[in-house]
Design a protein around this ligand. Structure first.
Ligand code: GCO
Length: 255
């Protein structure tokens, strides 16, 4: 048997893929032969990134919509199918975070993070699985976090939703496994994207990340791409319900 990591002939919808981890994953899947469906809150931004991929000889189209609004979320898989014909691979990467101590963590902030990180993921899994099912093949990859298994102060909504993503991944993996659809999660460690600018610019946090991560540095978006290509491939057909932590060893290290 030849092991294949190819995504040729597949359509991969990656939410939140105008930059950072989502863009790195979408590009990597396109490099493996997939049609990448890029997504951003603003469709024009996603289209600009898609044009860059196409200029590099890759296949890419764009969809848009703020996933804080359920009607946008519900429209996303149909929009991807309209542009690319189907969805074989769904990567739920779009995420929100609110950093504030409990007393200042407003109900609106809590609900926004829950909507984008958890509710939208559920709705997209439901819609994409409905499209994958008749073909008997599908890959759903949810973006979890090291905070799916741990925590830190000031991000209660984020930590709660990331733990829930781990649960949702397992729940759907058990339900869909017999249909040819696998459901897994990737748990990034501390990655040096714009999303974490506030942490990167905080000298003591930056030093903590470097000293507590066995590989000695922040992760890069490209560090997440290999895990995505693997989980999206035929080679990962028997990997189901797994949380693949990609954190340079941070959650393993207790000094
Ligand atoms: C924060 C969070 C995240 C982490 C992520 C790791 O910014 O407060 O810790 O953004 O980088 O949870 O996956």
């Amino acid at each position: 048997m030849t092991i294949s990591f190819s995504a040729a002939g597949r359509v991969a919808l990656v939410t939140g893929s105008t930059r950072g981890i989502g863009l790195a994953m979408a590009r990597a899947l396109a490099e493996q032969g997939a049609i990448a469906v890029l997504h951003g809150r603003n469709e024009a931004d996603a289209e600009a990134r898609a044009a860059e991929l196409r200029a590099d000889g890759l296949q890419a189209v764009a969809v848009g919509g703020d996933l804080a609004e359920p009607e946008n979320t519900r429209a996303l898989v149909p929009a991807a199918i309209a542009k690319a014909g189907k969805v074989d691979i769904l990567i739920n990467n779009a995420g929100a975070i609110h950093r504030a101590e409990l007393a200042e963590h407003t109900e609106a902030d809590w609900r926004h993070v829950v909507e984008v990180n958890l509710n939208a993921t559920f709705l997209l899994c439901q819609a994409a699985a409905g499209d994958m099912r008749p073909r008997g093949w599908g890959r759903i990859i949810n973006t979890a976090s090291i905070h799916s298994v741990s925590s830190r102060p000031t991000i209660p909504a984020y930590v709660s939703t990331k733990h829930a993503i781990n649960g949702l991944t397992k729940a759907l993996a058990t339900e869909l496994g017999s249909t040819g659809i696998t459901v897994n999660a990737i748990g990034p460690g501390y990655i040096d994207t714009e999303f974490n600018a506030a942490l990167i610019n905080n000298e003591s946090f930056d030093a903590m990340v470097k000293s507590r991560t066995p590989v000695g540095r922040w992760g890069h978006s490209d560090d997440m791409a290999g895990a995505a290509v693997f989980l999206a491939s035929d080679a990962a057909a028997y990997v189901n319900g797994h949380l693949l932590v990609v954190d340079g060893g941070m959650t393993t290290a207790l000094y």
